[in-house]
Design a binder for this molecule. Structure first.
Ligand SMILES: *Cc1c(COP(=O)(O)O)cnc(C)c1O
Length: 413
């Protein structure tokens, strides 16, 4: 029995025909990253006894310590901090900024205005109690060009007190392109050429395992991200990570816990098996999400909508933007997608206000982990040109059904 009309099923067949050849490159990256994960697990002798929970201070928590050693190897970094005590990606990113910046230091964003939650951490565009600006840090940003980072402008922005250069890999909720690993590498080299002591810090959210190397293996000094996005593989129940040079990760760890304590404390209250197994699955799950994004890009391209990235463009994050052109279509898209969620399929998403946004926001996402965006989800602020941002999908089968549901809802408006 078909769930959808003949028209939609014909569209699905056509979409899959165009998609299949594009899946080959994604499979190659997933195979390469799976091999890398297995090698790191073997090198660090991962065994079942490491998967238990611990209590109290969490001194000598070997499961936690071994997981961090595996992560450091995977990231091409000296050290990693991988903790469920990070409440989100923003928390991990903020620990790096507050851990490394002191009053009088300057933070320079190379990728224009950062992601919404980072704007409140910085406190430039939005006045926030406890922000970096409030603590005496200064901030500048270099607008991006249509081609990416404005490399030629970097030298002119660097000052003697520029302590950190911030690079956001993903597009976030904007229409700019995500950064490729080679662009990150070139920007870090340009920074170091003019100011070798400036720290290159990458917001790696949504980028993990999309390519065969991570930013810290390509010139970045430190990076951070969320465990309920790509690298948690859909299993990590919460958390974030930081990876990079030892002295920098240590400074950030004093913000997560306290000066002197750092990463030595922190019990594994959640089953660390979920973090290990999620990491093992992550390359495959990211590939599933990327295939879902390509499926959506082709299908909505066939329906005549503008998509970003275009279906055959190289990808460096898992986000697919689709310009729908009207608020009604954004609502229909989300309601159609939600009907094919494993959780809360009976719920009809409606636009509503969101802290930090001036426009109403609509969101679809019936996820097992609250707010997880490696699981199939879509959202966007209701403002022209009415773009929906789609990401995640633990299986291509589910992503395809959800996307067909979204298309069906729009066609039947
Ligand atoms: C998701 C994300 C973050 C952090 O968001 P959390 O919801 O706090 O995990 C930061 N930067 C970018 C680009 C992101 O996509």
């Amino acid at each position: 029995m078909n769930l959808f009309s003949d028209q939609i099923m014909a569209l699905k067949t056509k979409t899959m025909e165009q998609a299949r050849p594009l899946f080959a490159r994604i499979d190659e990256i997933s195979e390469s990253n799976t091999a890398k994960v297995l090698k790191a697990f073997r090198n660090h002798q991962i065994s079942e006894y490491l998967f238990r929970t611990t209590t109290g201070y969490g001194y000598g928590d070997s499961g936690r310590d071994r997981l961090e050693a595996v992560w450091a190897e995977l990231c091409g970094a000296e050290k990693a901090l991988v903790r469920t005590q990070f409440v989100s990606g923003t928390h991990a990113l903020a620990c790096v900024l507050f851990g490394l910046l002191r009053p009088g230091d300057e933070l320079l964003s190379l990728t224009g205005t950062p992601y919404d939650t980072m704007q409140t951490v910085i406190g430039q565009t939005v006045h926030t109690p406890g922000s970096l600006i409030e603590s005496g840090v200064t901030y500048q940003e270099i607008p991006m060009t249509p081609d990416g980072i404005n490399l030629n402008a970097i030298a002119g922005y660097l000052k003697s007190n520029t302590k950190i250069a911030l690079l956001q890999r993903s597009r976030g909720y904007s229409l700019r392109k995500p950064l490729s690993i080679s662009e990150i590498s070139a920007a870090c080299a340009e920074i170091k050429r003019h100011k070798p002591d400036c720290i290159c810090f990458v917001d790696n959210c949504y980028g993990e395992f999309v390519d065969i190397a991570e930013p810290t293996a390509a010139g970045a000094d430190i990076m951070a991200g969320s465990l309920i996005k790509n690298p948690g593989g859909g299993l990590a129940p919460s958390g974030g990570y930081i990876a990079g040079k030892t002295e920098l990760v240590d400074m950030a760890s004093y913000r997560l816990t306290a000066p002197g304590l750092g990463g030595h404390l922190g019990a594994s209250l959640a089953d660390s098996r979920l973090l290990y197994q999620g990491l093992f699955l992550a390359p495959h799950v990211v590939a599933q999400a990327l295939k879902g994004a390509i499926f959506a890009a082709i299908l909505f391209d066939l329906l005549g909508y503008k998509t970003l990235p275009h279906f055959n463009e190289l990808r460096s994050d898992i986000i697919q933007a689709i310009e729908l052109g009207s608020p009604e279509k954004m609502v229909a898209f989300c309601q159609g997608l939600q009907q094919y969620s494993p959780v809360d399929a009976h719920v009809r998403p409606l636009p509503g206000p969101m802290p930090g946004y001036t426009d109403q926001v609509i969101m679809a996402g019936g996820t097992f982990i609250q707010g997880s965006s490696i699981e199939l989800s879509a959202d966007g602020p209701l403002r022209p040109p009415y773009i929906i941002y789609l990401q995640g999908g633990l299986t291509l089968e589910h992503a395809a059904l959800g996307i067909l549901g979204a298309a069906n809802a729009i066609i039947n408006m």
